[in-house]
Design a protein around this ligand. Sequence first.
Ligand code: UD1
Ligand code: CA
Length: 458
Amino acid sequence: MKKYALVLAAGKGTRMRTEMPKCAFPILKKPMISYIVENIEKSSIDEICVIVGHKKDVIEEILGDRVTYAIQSQQLGTGHAVLSAAPQLADKEGVTFILPGDMPLMEYPLMDKLMRSHEEMGNDLTVVTMSMDYPKGYGRIVRNEYGIVTGIVEENDCNEAQKLIKEVNSSVYIVNNKLLFEYVKKIQKNDRKGEYYLTDIVNLMHQEHKVNTFMVRNPMVTMGINDLFGISVAEKYLRESINKGHMLSGVSIVNPETVTIGHNVIIEEAVWIYPNTTIMGNSVIKKGAIIGPNTEIVDSVIHEKAEIRHSIVLDSIVHENTTVGPFAHLRNHAEIGKNNRIGNFVEVKKSTTGEGTKAAHLIYLGDATIGKNVNFGCGSVTVNYDGVKKHQTVIGDDVFVGCNVNLVAPVTVGDRVFIAAGSTVTQDIPKGAMAIARNRQINKEDYAKHFIKPKEDK
Ligand code: UD1
Ligand code: CA
């Protein structure tokens, strides 16, 4: 039996009070809709159709051609949204898994479990429900005297008794595809709101077809996000569950409530993460690395036993046993070799270093290819920008760069070169040379008195 997913993402998300369409809003820096689509891709579902409408370009830009799209040009409700997928789906045999685009926390094993249950029970429609102590805002599940589900009533259409019902609609449905499109056509406009409610399908189908519910145990995973407070609740839940997953697989996280790790980050065992640390994007942290405190890492790879403290690492690679920080900034494809030391107030941009190199204090390295065992004195700088273009600096192995040296690029420094402190290097330096490029010192005897008041005799 073919399985289809239909994701409803055409709504405005008025309650969010943001410009961005709700389903594109990020949680841990990743759009809500991406969580949903990634999980569907991992499940047993064969095809994904996303219903878009309001600011559809934004959603299409995020998902690209991973999914097919159906367009709901006017937002006339969830029932109407499903109907707009009729041209693609209506005549197909199979089962359709309907998901709202504002429910990012459901993971694929649960999706598969729900579909298996639907099949095993022989249902035509399964409504996924949850029990909420505070059900405000959700549609209530209404049952007859035999306990059979007969309808869903939206909060604003509830009578006082219905308002007390704790079992609510998650907006996830598993339904025989042909029946779905047969019945969704029959939905009438809700008088109060002027919208076509998908929830009405329960009432329309239950007399002639097998309609059942499946109550999920953890209502957090089926939480619908409608406003920015909901975003923060989901973000907290996701952060805690990601951190817990890492801790259970051997990562030590100190003060985990201050540590944020993105959904796609890979962390190997025996890693330590200290407080106030954020690791996002497609970062990989290898065995035994030490990260934090106060560190931000995005889209970077930190190799075995490297240590990154009080620092920022963006789009970069740090190799084994290297220490970075405190207060270092690696960015734009910096690649730091093994056993390096990148210390206080050092910025490295689009540069590579060989094994054993040290840049310990107040240094800028940009657009440079640096060899092994190079030692940068305090304050040395690659002068890579002439106001118009960026230029390359190439430094060989075993080079000693004295304090406050300017390497004006383009410039090449050979192996085993020694550059005297304070030099402004504008020409290439051959292998083995010592370079000194500064004015000689002059001492003017007895001249300081013009600047310094003589000490008064007591
Ligand atoms: C919906 C359900 C409610 C359920 C709740 C669970 C209806 C009428 N109500 O309410 O029973 O308890 O979800 O979270 O279905 N959308 C469109 N086109 C539209 C309208 C909405 O694509 O014309 C999309 C939205 O982008 C959103 C999803 O459908 O992703 C749900 O819409 P939303 O307005 O959030 O529904 P709720 O009021 O939360
Ligand atoms: Ca919602």
